[in-house]
Write a protein that binds this ligand. Sequence first.
Ligand SMILES: [Mn+2]
Length: 369
Amino acid sequence: MSTQWQTFKSKVEHCLCPPGDGVFTVNTAKERKAALRNKLYGQEDNVEPLWRDSLETLSQSPYKAVTLGISSDCGGGILRGANWGPLFLRSTLIDQQPQAKSFDLGDVRVIPHLLHDKYLNDATISNCQKALYDNPNSEYYVSPLSITEDVCDSFYATFTDKGIFGIGGDHSISYPLTKAYLKAKREQGKRTAIIHFDAHTDLLVERLGIDLCFGSWCTHILEFLPAPHHLIQFGIRSSGKPKAHWESTFGIKQHWAHEIIERGAQDVASEVIAQLKADNVDELYVSFDIDALDEEFASATGTPEGNGLTPKHALDILVALADEFPITGADMMEIAPFTDSSLVGQSSSETTLREGAKISAFLINAMNR
Ligand SMILES: [Mn+2]
């Protein structure tokens, strides 16, 4: 086996844990974790060796989509709870979308008080390395964003024909996921675009002095794209500034929710496909913030917003894009199953999970093509 593979495997064994275990708990959600283990491994105790053994089969996996859970909501800040997304969305996918299969790499081991290693002093890093790796001088990172980028860098260096399907987590997680993807594709000479569904632009430069968070991650991946207009946003509607401000300041492209509702998803998709073809784009990454959907369908999230897209709007656009371009990376972010902050009639976390799972299943199947 190659050195790259050994490096990657060792990194995964240190920095990740079995699927659904990313939220460090003693007793909380024990039954839910046990239920997922039963579905994945047919037993609820002692799954760590089974998970480790499964890693050996990654290179022979028939699936190009590789799931990675990142149970961190430290980059959020309005209403937290997206750290439970990886556990709940996986269970919903298995129950409701069993045809959407991927190789499950596991969850990042998350210290819930940390965001990125660059915000930490040496003593804290060393303490956390001792806690996570039993080694105060470990070579591995300790914060969720740093670990995710490191693991994804190694993944793309080892597996050029597979892609990561990331489950968050708050949207700051898409920073390392897309950065690693964009760096790897640039290295391979592939031209890419980011298809970003969201109620918000996520285009702050910083928020309260923090440059990598749920409201600013997009700004900091622009430099890794072939050009800024290769970031295309859909479903925007909660913004302090008009569309013209964002497009002229950053050079990105936006299709606000009201435009998609008024023009129809097909019309908008056709325009985007023409743009992507004119720019000779080879492959797409889809980052999906569940709050792109109207709060009627997505109330269990940190910042639910009305006047949003229906799941059909989103899927119509994704189906049209996937017919023309390979989707080689994707993520589903901001599902916070224990929250249900909307007062809209029938909404519930079950609805949010069901709709999030539908879109996730489409993305996983598209990646497997
Ligand atoms: Mn977002």
